[in-house]
Design a protein around this ligand. Structure first.
Ligand SMILES: [Mg+2]
Length: 434
Protein backbone atom coordinates (compact mmCIF):
# COMPACT_ATOMS: atom_id res chain seq x y z
CA UNK A 1 0.00 0.00 0.00
CA UNK A 2 1.38 3.37 -0.98
CA UNK A 3 2.04 5.70 1.93
CA UNK A 4 4.43 8.24 0.36
CA UNK A 5 3.35 9.88 -2.89
CA UNK A 6 6.79 11.36 -3.65
CA UNK A 7 8.30 7.89 -3.43
CA UNK A 8 5.46 6.52 -5.59
CA UNK A 9 6.34 9.17 -8.19
CA UNK A 10 9.99 8.11 -8.22
CA UNK A 11 9.15 4.41 -8.47
CA UNK A 12 6.51 4.77 -11.19
CA UNK A 13 7.91 7.68 -13.20
CA UNK A 14 4.97 9.94 -12.30
CA UNK A 15 5.36 13.53 -13.50
CA UNK A 16 2.01 14.88 -12.34
CA UNK A 17 -0.64 14.03 -9.75
CA UNK A 18 -4.33 14.85 -10.00
CA UNK A 19 -5.55 15.61 -6.49
CA UNK A 20 -9.25 14.90 -6.89
CA UNK A 21 -12.32 15.33 -4.71
CA UNK A 22 -15.98 14.63 -5.45
CA UNK A 23 -18.63 17.26 -4.73
CA UNK A 24 -22.25 16.77 -3.70
CA UNK A 25 -23.44 16.47 -7.31
CA UNK A 26 -20.89 13.71 -7.97
CA UNK A 27 -18.59 15.90 -10.07
CA UNK A 28 -14.91 15.14 -9.71
CA UNK A 29 -12.72 18.22 -9.24
CA UNK A 30 -8.97 18.12 -9.49
CA UNK A 31 -5.77 20.11 -9.45
CA UNK A 32 -2.75 18.95 -11.38
CA UNK A 33 0.32 18.97 -9.16
CA UNK A 34 3.90 18.32 -10.33
CA UNK A 35 5.63 15.43 -8.61
CA UNK A 36 8.21 17.89 -7.26
CA UNK A 37 5.46 19.54 -5.18
CA UNK A 38 3.53 16.46 -4.07
CA UNK A 39 5.24 15.96 -0.69
CA UNK A 40 3.99 19.34 0.53
CA UNK A 41 0.52 18.67 -0.86
CA UNK A 42 0.40 15.29 0.85
CA UNK A 43 1.20 16.96 4.16
CA UNK A 44 -0.98 20.06 3.85
CA UNK A 45 -3.51 19.38 1.11
CA UNK A 46 -4.25 21.24 -2.14
CA UNK A 47 -6.20 24.49 -1.73
CA UNK A 48 -9.58 25.02 -3.44
CA UNK A 49 -12.28 27.70 -3.29
CA UNK A 50 -15.06 25.47 -2.00
CA UNK A 51 -17.85 27.73 -3.29
CA UNK A 52 -16.71 27.06 -6.85
CA UNK A 53 -18.03 23.48 -6.70
CA UNK A 54 -21.23 21.97 -5.27
CA UNK A 55 -20.42 21.82 -1.55
CA UNK A 56 -22.75 24.46 -0.09
CA UNK A 57 -19.90 26.78 0.86
CA UNK A 58 -19.84 30.56 0.31
CA UNK A 59 -17.19 32.76 -1.34
CA UNK A 60 -16.36 34.02 2.17
CA UNK A 61 -15.32 30.60 3.47
CA UNK A 62 -11.58 30.04 3.95
CA UNK A 63 -9.65 27.79 1.58
CA UNK A 64 -10.84 24.22 1.49
CA UNK A 65 -7.98 21.75 1.46
CA UNK A 66 -8.11 18.45 -0.38
CA UNK A 67 -5.92 15.95 1.45
CA UNK A 68 -4.86 13.13 -0.90
CA UNK A 69 -5.26 9.55 0.33
CA UNK A 70 -2.01 7.85 -0.77
CA UNK A 71 -3.43 4.36 -0.17
CA UNK A 72 -5.89 4.97 -3.03
CA UNK A 73 -3.50 6.45 -5.63
CA UNK A 74 -3.90 5.16 -9.20
CA UNK A 75 -1.40 5.55 -12.04
CA UNK A 76 -3.45 6.40 -15.16
CA UNK A 77 -3.25 3.32 -17.39
CA UNK A 78 -3.77 5.48 -20.50
CA UNK A 79 -1.34 8.23 -19.39
CA UNK A 80 1.24 6.60 -17.09
CA UNK A 81 3.09 9.82 -16.31
CA UNK A 82 -0.02 10.99 -14.39
CA UNK A 83 -1.49 9.59 -11.16
CA UNK A 84 -5.00 10.22 -9.80
CA UNK A 85 -5.41 10.33 -6.06
CA UNK A 86 -8.76 10.79 -4.31
CA UNK A 87 -8.79 13.35 -1.53
CA UNK A 88 -10.77 14.12 1.60
CA UNK A 89 -11.90 17.71 2.13
CA UNK A 90 -10.77 19.68 5.17
CA UNK A 91 -11.74 23.19 6.22
CA UNK A 92 -10.61 25.08 9.33
CA UNK A 93 -8.48 22.05 10.32
CA UNK A 94 -11.50 19.71 10.46
CA UNK A 95 -13.09 17.35 7.94
CA UNK A 96 -15.72 19.19 5.89
CA UNK A 97 -18.84 17.44 7.20
CA UNK A 98 -20.84 17.51 3.97
CA UNK A 99 -18.03 16.41 1.62
CA UNK A 100 -19.10 13.02 0.20
CA UNK A 101 -15.91 11.08 0.97
CA UNK A 102 -16.12 12.25 4.59
CA UNK A 103 -19.81 11.26 4.76
CA UNK A 104 -18.85 7.75 3.69
CA UNK A 105 -15.89 7.60 6.07
CA UNK A 106 -18.23 8.33 8.98
CA UNK A 107 -20.56 5.48 7.98
CA UNK A 108 -17.64 3.07 7.67
CA UNK A 109 -16.50 4.12 11.15
CA UNK A 110 -20.03 3.57 12.52
CA UNK A 111 -20.04 0.04 11.10
CA UNK A 112 -16.54 -0.56 12.48
CA UNK A 113 -17.75 0.36 15.96
CA UNK A 114 -20.08 -2.63 15.70
CA UNK A 115 -17.16 -4.79 14.51
CA UNK A 116 -18.58 -4.82 10.97
CA UNK A 117 -17.15 -4.15 7.50
CA UNK A 118 -19.55 -3.47 4.64
CA UNK A 119 -18.34 -4.91 1.33
CA UNK A 120 -19.90 -3.96 -1.97
CA UNK A 121 -19.61 -4.55 -5.67
CA UNK A 122 -21.17 -2.29 -8.28
CA UNK A 123 -22.40 -2.75 -11.84
CA UNK A 124 -21.92 0.66 -13.45
CA UNK A 125 -23.62 0.48 -16.85
CA UNK A 126 -22.76 3.00 -19.56
CA UNK A 127 -23.53 3.89 -23.17
CA UNK A 128 -21.00 4.58 -25.91
CA UNK A 129 -22.37 7.48 -27.96
CA UNK A 130 -21.31 9.78 -30.77
CA UNK A 131 -19.16 12.68 -29.49
CA UNK A 132 -22.14 15.06 -29.50
CA UNK A 133 -23.94 12.70 -27.09
CA UNK A 134 -27.08 12.45 -29.20
CA UNK A 135 -26.88 9.03 -30.85
CA UNK A 136 -25.44 5.56 -30.31
CA UNK A 137 -22.00 5.41 -31.88
CA UNK A 138 -22.49 2.04 -33.61
CA UNK A 139 -25.03 2.35 -36.47
CA UNK A 140 -25.30 -1.45 -36.73
CA UNK A 141 -26.29 -1.85 -33.05
CA UNK A 142 -30.03 -1.94 -33.69
CA UNK A 143 -31.24 -5.34 -32.41
CA UNK A 144 -34.55 -5.41 -30.56
CA UNK A 145 -32.94 -7.57 -27.84
CA UNK A 146 -29.29 -6.48 -27.94
CA UNK A 147 -28.25 -7.90 -24.56
CA UNK A 148 -25.06 -10.01 -24.81
CA UNK A 149 -24.94 -9.28 -28.58
CA UNK A 150 -21.72 -11.00 -29.61
CA UNK A 151 -21.22 -9.09 -32.85
CA UNK A 152 -21.94 -5.69 -31.30
CA UNK A 153 -19.67 -6.18 -28.29
CA UNK A 154 -16.81 -7.20 -30.59
CA UNK A 155 -17.26 -4.02 -32.65
CA UNK A 156 -16.33 -2.20 -29.41
CA UNK A 157 -13.61 -4.70 -28.42
CA UNK A 158 -10.82 -2.10 -28.62
CA UNK A 159 -12.53 0.12 -26.04
CA UNK A 160 -13.66 -2.69 -23.75
CA UNK A 161 -10.30 -4.49 -23.84
CA UNK A 162 -8.37 -1.28 -23.10
CA UNK A 163 -10.50 -0.70 -19.99
CA UNK A 164 -10.40 -4.36 -18.94
CA UNK A 165 -6.60 -4.49 -19.40
CA UNK A 166 -6.34 -1.39 -17.23
CA UNK A 167 -8.41 -2.97 -14.46
CA UNK A 168 -6.30 -6.16 -14.65
CA UNK A 169 -3.15 -4.06 -14.29
CA UNK A 170 -4.59 -2.20 -11.33
CA UNK A 171 -5.43 -5.46 -9.53
CA UNK A 172 -9.19 -4.87 -9.48
CA UNK A 173 -9.84 -8.45 -10.64
CA UNK A 174 -12.24 -7.73 -13.50
CA UNK A 175 -14.06 -10.91 -14.51
CA UNK A 176 -16.56 -10.15 -17.27
CA UNK A 177 -17.76 -7.50 -19.71
CA UNK A 178 -20.83 -7.55 -21.92
CA UNK A 179 -23.17 -5.71 -24.20
CA UNK A 180 -26.11 -4.73 -22.05
CA UNK A 181 -29.84 -4.56 -22.66
CA UNK A 182 -29.95 -1.27 -24.58
CA UNK A 183 -28.40 -0.62 -27.96
CA UNK A 184 -25.02 1.00 -27.36
CA UNK A 185 -24.93 -0.04 -23.69
CA UNK A 186 -22.17 -1.98 -21.92
CA UNK A 187 -21.31 -3.29 -18.46
CA UNK A 188 -17.95 -4.29 -16.99
CA UNK A 189 -17.64 -6.10 -13.66
CA UNK A 190 -14.80 -6.31 -11.20
CA UNK A 191 -14.43 -7.87 -7.75
CA UNK A 192 -16.25 -6.51 -4.71
CA UNK A 193 -14.30 -4.84 -1.92
CA UNK A 194 -14.80 -2.74 1.20
CA UNK A 195 -17.14 0.22 0.62
CA UNK A 196 -14.46 2.94 0.43
CA UNK A 197 -12.34 0.96 -2.02
CA UNK A 198 -15.42 0.37 -4.16
CA UNK A 199 -16.38 4.06 -4.01
CA UNK A 200 -12.87 5.17 -5.04
CA UNK A 201 -12.82 2.58 -7.85
CA UNK A 202 -16.31 3.57 -8.96
CA UNK A 203 -15.13 7.19 -9.22
CA UNK A 204 -12.01 6.22 -11.12
CA UNK A 205 -13.97 3.82 -13.36
CA UNK A 206 -16.24 6.64 -14.53
CA UNK A 207 -13.22 8.87 -15.21
CA UNK A 208 -11.43 6.04 -17.00
CA UNK A 209 -14.37 4.93 -19.17
CA UNK A 210 -15.02 8.50 -20.30
CA UNK A 211 -11.31 9.11 -20.94
CA UNK A 212 -10.73 5.89 -22.90
CA UNK A 213 -13.91 6.43 -24.91
CA UNK A 214 -12.69 9.92 -25.86
CA UNK A 215 -9.41 8.43 -27.05
CA UNK A 216 -11.46 6.24 -29.40
CA UNK A 217 -13.50 9.19 -30.70
CA UNK A 218 -16.57 8.24 -28.64
CA UNK A 219 -18.54 9.69 -25.74
CA UNK A 220 -19.29 7.47 -22.75
CA UNK A 221 -22.25 8.35 -20.55
CA UNK A 222 -23.56 7.01 -17.26
CA UNK A 223 -26.71 9.19 -17.58
CA UNK A 224 -29.65 7.22 -16.13
CA UNK A 225 -31.88 7.44 -19.21
CA UNK A 226 -29.99 8.90 -22.16
CA UNK A 227 -32.33 7.43 -24.79
CA UNK A 228 -36.07 7.17 -24.24
CA UNK A 229 -37.48 3.75 -25.06
CA UNK A 230 -34.22 1.94 -24.28
CA UNK A 231 -33.12 0.44 -20.96
CA UNK A 232 -31.39 3.01 -18.75
CA UNK A 233 -28.04 2.97 -16.97
CA UNK A 234 -28.39 1.21 -13.65
CA UNK A 235 -25.72 0.99 -10.98
CA UNK A 236 -26.78 -2.11 -9.05
CA UNK A 237 -24.97 -2.63 -5.77
CA UNK A 238 -24.24 -6.05 -4.25
CA UNK A 239 -23.97 -5.80 -0.48
CA UNK A 240 -22.58 -8.08 2.20
CA UNK A 241 -21.42 -7.37 5.74
CA UNK A 242 -18.46 -9.07 7.37
CA UNK A 243 -17.64 -9.44 11.05
CA UNK A 244 -14.31 -8.88 12.80
CA UNK A 245 -13.39 -12.54 12.38
CA UNK A 246 -13.59 -12.15 8.62
CA UNK A 247 -16.84 -14.12 8.38
CA UNK A 248 -19.80 -13.08 6.23
CA UNK A 249 -22.36 -11.86 8.78
CA UNK A 250 -25.10 -12.11 6.17
CA UNK A 251 -24.56 -15.82 5.51
CA UNK A 252 -26.64 -18.41 7.34
CA UNK A 253 -27.62 -21.51 5.42
CA UNK A 254 -30.37 -22.28 7.93
CA UNK A 255 -32.26 -19.04 7.14
CA UNK A 256 -34.53 -18.02 4.27
CA UNK A 257 -32.44 -17.68 1.06
CA UNK A 258 -29.26 -18.18 3.10
CA UNK A 259 -29.56 -14.62 4.47
CA UNK A 260 -28.87 -14.40 8.21
CA UNK A 261 -31.01 -12.61 10.78
CA UNK A 262 -28.56 -9.68 10.63
CA UNK A 263 -28.85 -9.72 6.86
CA UNK A 264 -32.63 -9.52 7.14
CA UNK A 265 -32.41 -6.62 9.62
CA UNK A 266 -29.93 -4.71 7.42
CA UNK A 267 -32.24 -5.30 4.46
CA UNK A 268 -35.16 -4.15 6.63
CA UNK A 269 -33.36 -0.82 7.04
CA UNK A 270 -32.92 -0.50 3.27
CA UNK A 271 -36.63 -1.23 2.73
CA UNK A 272 -37.69 1.25 5.44
CA UNK A 273 -35.61 4.10 4.02
CA UNK A 274 -35.78 3.31 0.29
CA UNK A 275 -38.05 6.13 -0.82
CA UNK A 276 -35.85 8.63 1.02
CA UNK A 277 -32.62 6.99 -0.19
CA UNK A 278 -33.80 7.48 -3.77
CA UNK A 279 -32.79 11.13 -3.47
CA UNK A 280 -29.21 9.83 -3.25
CA UNK A 281 -29.32 6.63 -5.30
CA UNK A 282 -31.28 8.38 -8.08
CA UNK A 283 -30.08 11.96 -7.75
CA UNK A 284 -31.03 13.71 -11.00
CA UNK A 285 -34.15 14.89 -12.79
CA UNK A 286 -33.35 12.33 -15.48
CA UNK A 287 -33.12 9.46 -12.93
CA UNK A 288 -36.91 9.23 -12.75
CA UNK A 289 -37.19 8.46 -16.44
CA UNK A 290 -35.38 5.16 -15.66
CA UNK A 291 -37.44 4.02 -12.66
CA UNK A 292 -41.18 4.32 -13.30
CA UNK A 293 -40.43 3.98 -17.02
CA UNK A 294 -42.79 2.43 -19.54
CA UNK A 295 -41.72 -0.90 -21.03
CA UNK A 296 -38.66 -0.56 -23.27
CA UNK A 297 -38.05 -1.87 -26.79
CA UNK A 298 -36.23 -4.91 -25.30
CA UNK A 299 -39.34 -5.81 -23.27
CA UNK A 300 -38.24 -4.78 -19.76
CA UNK A 301 -36.85 -1.68 -18.04
CA UNK A 302 -34.81 -3.79 -15.58
CA UNK A 303 -35.54 -0.98 -13.09
CA UNK A 304 -37.91 -1.12 -10.10
CA UNK A 305 -40.83 1.18 -9.36
CA UNK A 306 -41.87 -0.16 -5.93
CA UNK A 307 -40.18 -1.03 -2.65
CA UNK A 308 -40.21 -4.84 -2.79
CA UNK A 309 -37.68 -7.64 -2.34
CA UNK A 310 -37.36 -11.19 -3.58
CA UNK A 311 -35.06 -14.17 -4.19
CA UNK A 312 -33.30 -14.63 -7.51
CA UNK A 313 -35.71 -12.50 -9.55
CA UNK A 314 -34.61 -9.30 -11.28
CA UNK A 315 -38.00 -7.56 -11.31
CA UNK A 316 -37.83 -6.27 -7.71
CA UNK A 317 -35.95 -3.43 -6.01
CA UNK A 318 -33.89 -5.91 -3.99
CA UNK A 319 -32.84 -9.35 -5.17
CA UNK A 320 -31.19 -12.00 -3.00
CA UNK A 321 -29.35 -13.87 -5.76
CA UNK A 322 -27.58 -16.30 -3.45
CA UNK A 323 -26.63 -16.85 0.20
CA UNK A 324 -24.93 -14.09 2.16
CA UNK A 325 -25.62 -11.00 0.05
CA UNK A 326 -28.29 -8.95 -1.66
CA UNK A 327 -28.43 -6.78 -4.74
CA UNK A 328 -29.97 -3.31 -4.58
CA UNK A 329 -31.24 -2.55 -8.08
CA UNK A 330 -32.49 0.97 -7.36
CA UNK A 331 -29.34 3.10 -7.95
CA UNK A 332 -28.52 4.56 -11.34
CA UNK A 333 -25.44 5.78 -13.17
CA UNK A 334 -25.77 9.31 -11.79
CA UNK A 335 -25.37 8.17 -8.18
CA UNK A 336 -22.49 9.84 -6.36
CA UNK A 337 -20.06 6.94 -5.69
CA UNK A 338 -19.46 7.97 -2.06
CA UNK A 339 -22.99 9.00 -1.11
CA UNK A 340 -24.35 5.81 -2.69
CA UNK A 341 -22.30 3.65 -0.34
CA UNK A 342 -22.94 5.95 2.61
CA UNK A 343 -26.72 5.82 2.16
CA UNK A 344 -26.71 2.03 1.96
CA UNK A 345 -24.64 1.69 5.13
CA UNK A 346 -26.66 4.31 7.03
CA UNK A 347 -29.98 2.69 6.13
CA UNK A 348 -28.64 -0.80 6.80
CA UNK A 349 -27.14 0.07 10.19
CA UNK A 350 -30.42 1.69 11.23
CA UNK A 351 -32.11 -1.58 10.31
CA UNK A 352 -29.62 -3.54 12.41
CA UNK A 353 -30.18 -1.22 15.38
CA UNK A 354 -33.97 -1.49 15.10
CA UNK A 355 -33.92 -5.23 14.26
CA UNK A 356 -36.00 -4.17 11.28
CA UNK A 357 -38.17 -6.63 9.41
CA UNK A 358 -37.92 -6.34 5.62
CA UNK A 359 -41.42 -7.76 5.32
CA UNK A 360 -42.51 -10.74 3.31
CA UNK A 361 -40.59 -11.42 0.16
CA UNK A 362 -42.52 -11.45 -3.11
CA UNK A 363 -41.77 -13.95 -5.84
CA UNK A 364 -44.03 -12.58 -8.56
CA UNK A 365 -42.91 -11.00 -11.84
CA UNK A 366 -43.26 -7.34 -10.91
CA UNK A 367 -43.20 -6.27 -14.57
CA UNK A 368 -46.30 -8.38 -15.27
CA UNK A 369 -48.10 -8.44 -11.93
CA UNK A 370 -46.80 -5.41 -10.07
CA UNK A 371 -50.16 -3.66 -10.38
CA UNK A 372 -51.64 -6.32 -8.07
CA UNK A 373 -49.36 -5.23 -5.21
CA UNK A 374 -51.12 -2.41 -3.43
CA UNK A 375 -49.37 -2.34 -0.06
CA UNK A 376 -45.77 -1.77 -1.20
CA UNK A 377 -44.57 1.84 -1.19
CA UNK A 378 -44.06 3.31 -4.65
CA UNK A 379 -40.68 4.79 -5.40
CA UNK A 380 -40.73 8.57 -5.94
CA UNK A 381 -42.07 9.71 -9.30
CA UNK A 382 -39.62 12.58 -9.67
CA UNK A 383 -36.62 14.20 -8.01
CA UNK A 384 -38.74 16.66 -6.03
CA UNK A 385 -40.78 13.81 -4.50
CA UNK A 386 -37.54 12.02 -3.64
CA UNK A 387 -36.06 15.11 -2.02
CA UNK A 388 -39.24 15.60 0.01
CA UNK A 389 -39.12 11.96 1.11
CA UNK A 390 -35.47 12.37 2.10
CA UNK A 391 -36.17 15.62 3.95
CA UNK A 392 -38.99 13.89 5.88
CA UNK A 393 -36.76 10.98 6.96
CA UNK A 394 -35.24 12.50 10.09
CA UNK A 395 -33.53 9.27 11.15
CA UNK A 396 -31.71 8.82 7.84
CA UNK A 397 -30.77 12.50 7.71
CA UNK A 398 -29.37 12.36 11.22
CA UNK A 399 -27.36 9.22 10.62
CA UNK A 400 -25.91 10.62 7.39
CA UNK A 401 -25.10 13.85 9.24
CA UNK A 402 -27.25 16.96 9.70
CA UNK A 403 -24.78 19.27 7.89
CA UNK A 404 -24.60 16.95 4.92
CA UNK A 405 -28.35 16.38 4.79
CA UNK A 406 -29.20 20.08 4.97
CA UNK A 407 -26.63 20.95 2.29
CA UNK A 408 -27.81 18.15 0.03
CA UNK A 409 -31.51 19.04 0.26
CA UNK A 410 -30.74 22.71 -0.33
CA UNK A 411 -28.49 22.23 -3.38
CA UNK A 412 -30.60 19.49 -5.00
CA UNK A 413 -33.82 21.47 -4.47
CA UNK A 414 -32.12 24.41 -6.21
CA UNK A 415 -31.21 21.94 -8.97
CA UNK A 416 -34.87 20.90 -9.30
CA UNK A 417 -35.95 24.56 -9.37
CA UNK A 418 -33.52 25.32 -12.21
CA UNK A 419 -35.03 22.43 -14.14
CA UNK A 420 -38.61 23.50 -13.37
CA UNK A 421 -37.85 27.02 -14.61
CA UNK A 422 -37.51 25.70 -18.17
CA UNK A 423 -40.42 26.25 -20.55
CA UNK A 424 -40.53 23.05 -22.58
CA UNK A 425 -41.81 22.29 -26.05
CA UNK A 426 -44.21 19.78 -24.46
CA UNK A 427 -45.87 22.58 -22.54
CA UNK A 428 -46.24 24.67 -25.70
CA UNK A 429 -47.63 21.71 -27.61
CA UNK A 430 -50.23 20.98 -24.95
CA UNK A 431 -51.03 24.39 -23.57
CA UNK A 432 -50.60 27.07 -26.25
CA UNK A 433 -54.10 26.70 -27.66
CA UNK A 434 -55.91 25.76 -24.50
MG1 LIG B 1 -26.64 -4.79 -15.93
Amino acid sequence: MTTDLAEFAREKGIKYFMISYTDLFGSQRAKIVPAQAIAGMQADGAGFAGFASWLDLTPAHPDMLALPDPAAVVQLPWKPEVAWVPASCVIDDAPLAQAPRNVLARQIAAAAELGLTVKTGIEAEFFLLEPDGKAISDPFDTAEKPCYDQQAVMRRYDVIAEISDAMLGLGWEPYQSDHEDANGQFEMNWAFADAMTTADRHSFFKFMVKSVAERHGLRATFMPKPILGLTGNGCHVHVSVWDDKGMNAFADPSQELGLSARGHHFLGGIMAHATAMAAITNPTVNSYKRINAPRTVSGATWAPNSVTWTGNNRTHMVRVPGPGRFELRLPDGAANPYLLQAAIIAAGLSGLAARADPGKRLDIDMYQEGHKITDAPRLPLNLLDALRAFDADEALKESLGTEFSAAYVKLKTDDWNRYAAHLTQWERDHTLDI
